[in-house]
Design a protein around this ligand. Structure first.
Ligand code: C2O
Ligand code: CU
Ligand code: CU
Length: 433
């Protein structure tokens, strides 16, 4: 829907019920439907407006994760929408093509709102991404893969936390796009998967059961400069990756999650799901596949901030009591940054349990992981990054944007995206002035 050149979307948060298994209806929440929400899509340079209506019987918000936009449009915990109310954030899309997403952000309740089904993808396209020879027929060879773990208690979701799971909720089953035991029929030689970890606490190490390598082409905030051949990609909650995988005619290939060894102690790894391995999505390749062009050697222009431009540095300690020893307070601004400047942020997890770190408004560049050059999956545009126990990350962030981005009265958030931790106060607020 387009009015005066503005692309207009409608989202309605509503209660519903979905038959995840035939004959058993699970009470759910969704956008414009029973579970999850439509994929929104806009081009760089376009003006967008999203009319968000709250058809729930409690207040919530919708946050545009990964989007560069003024704080008052960000849908953070200061922009609550009461039951029966609506709000229409509007902004100009000014960032490279990327796989972004949206989800509620009510302070202290984000885990519950997301788990009930409120999440969706927001894709950004640009001239370059439209010209590139990457698979791009949505739903055919360009597939959204929203991964969530769930547990059922009879027909209902069981959102209870188990003892010793310091990361938060872990389900015993996984779903893709709200479907249990999912499979995808493939008729093209190459498919592009837009992987989104929309789980509240579980970190995955995605790879194919047959050890097949894939090309990593994009990270949270856009395409890499050039593809990286990989066998595994680890995604903590909130992170995305775009990968292109080649299929063999007639095969059944399975995307799995593999054991991980960077959760902290063996005990932490075990109780937080790091030892788990399970199937995520099965691909059923047709006997004859349409040929796809090879993955281009040059992909995007990452538009990453330069470390040399940093004018100030800050330190964030993820640990007891929240970030830098303090729990999130709605009326306290923790950091003030200057519009148009570049900064270096160091994030350290010395806490014995897994955390990650997400910053609103920006896409940052990870420059160091424990003093070393980051691996390929952390070299592109990132807005969320896994910070394993005992790890220190250094990143560079540029807070750019027009005058509408300067707003001392409305903060952006930075936080751990393990939603139980976020809700528990591992979050802080910054303003751009
Ligand atoms: Cu995806 Cu502050 O959130
Ligand atoms: Cu966000
Ligand atoms: Cu955390």
């Amino acid at each position: 829907d387009k009015k005066d050149g503005t692309r207009v979307f409608d989202l309605r948060m509503q209660q519903g019920g979905k038959e995840f298994t035939p004959g058993r209806t699970t009470p759910t929440w969704g956008f414009n439907g029973d579970y999850l929400g439509p994929t929104l899509r806009a081009r760089r340079g376009e003006k967008v407006a999203v009319r968000v209506r709250n058809g729930l019987d409690e207040a919530s918000t919708v946050h545009w994760h990964g989007m560069h936009l003024p704080a008052r449009m960000d849908g953070g915990p200061h922009q609550m929408i009461g039951p029966g109310r609506e709000r229409t954030p509007r902004w100009s899309v000014d960032q490279p093509a990327a796989t972004l997403w949206y989800h509620p952000h009510p302070h202290g309740k984000t885990e519950r709102h997301v788990q009930r089904g409120l999440a969706g993808m927001f894709l950004v396209d640009d001239d370059r991404s439209e010209r590139l020879a990457l698979p791009k027929t949505y739903g055919v060879d360009d597939l959204p893969v929203i991964v969530q773990d769930v547990r059922f208690d009879g027909a209902a979701f069981d959102h209870g936390h188990k003892m010793m799971r310091s990361a938060g909720f872990l389900g015993d089953r996984t779903m893709v796009n709200g479907t249990l035991d999912p499979y995808q029929v493939v008729r093209d030689e190459r498919v592009r998967l837009r992987l989104l970890n929309a789980s509240t606490a579980r970190t995955y190490a995605f790879g194919f059961s047959n050890g097949r390598r894939f090309a990593l082409v994009g990270t949270d905030g856009g395409l890499l400069e050039r593809p990286a051949a990989m066998e595994r990609i680890q995604l903590s909650p909130g992170e995305r990756a775009e990968v292109v995988v080649r299929m063999v005619p007639g095969e059944r290939a399975v995307l799995r999650s593999h054991p991980q060894d960077n959760y902290g102690s063996g005990w932490q790894t075990r109780f937080n799901g790091g030892d788990d391995s399970f199937d995520v999505l099965q691909f059923r390749a047709a006997k004859r596949l349409r040929p796809s062009p090879a993955v281009p050697a040059a992909l995007g222009e990452p538009e990453l901030p330069e470390a040399g431009a940093a004018v100030r540095s800050r330190h964030f300690e993820l640990g007891e009591g929240g970030i830098n020893g303090r729990a999130m307070a709605m009326d306290r601004v923790d950091e003030t940054v200057t519009r148009g400047t570049t900064e270096t942020w160091t994030v350290r997890n010395n806490h014995g349990m897994p955390h990650n770190f997400h910053v609103h408004d920006v896409q940052f560049r990870v420059v160091e992981v424990d003093g070393r050059t980051p691996p390929p999956e952390l070299r592109g545009r990132k807005d969320t990054v896994f910070v394993p126990s005992g790890t220190t990350l250094k990143m560079v962030l540029r807070f750019d944007g027009g005058p509408e981005f300067a707003d001392p009265g409305v903060p952006f958030m930075y936080h751990c995206h393990l939603l139980y931790h976020e809700d528990g106060g591992m979050m802080g607020q910054f303003v751009v002035v």
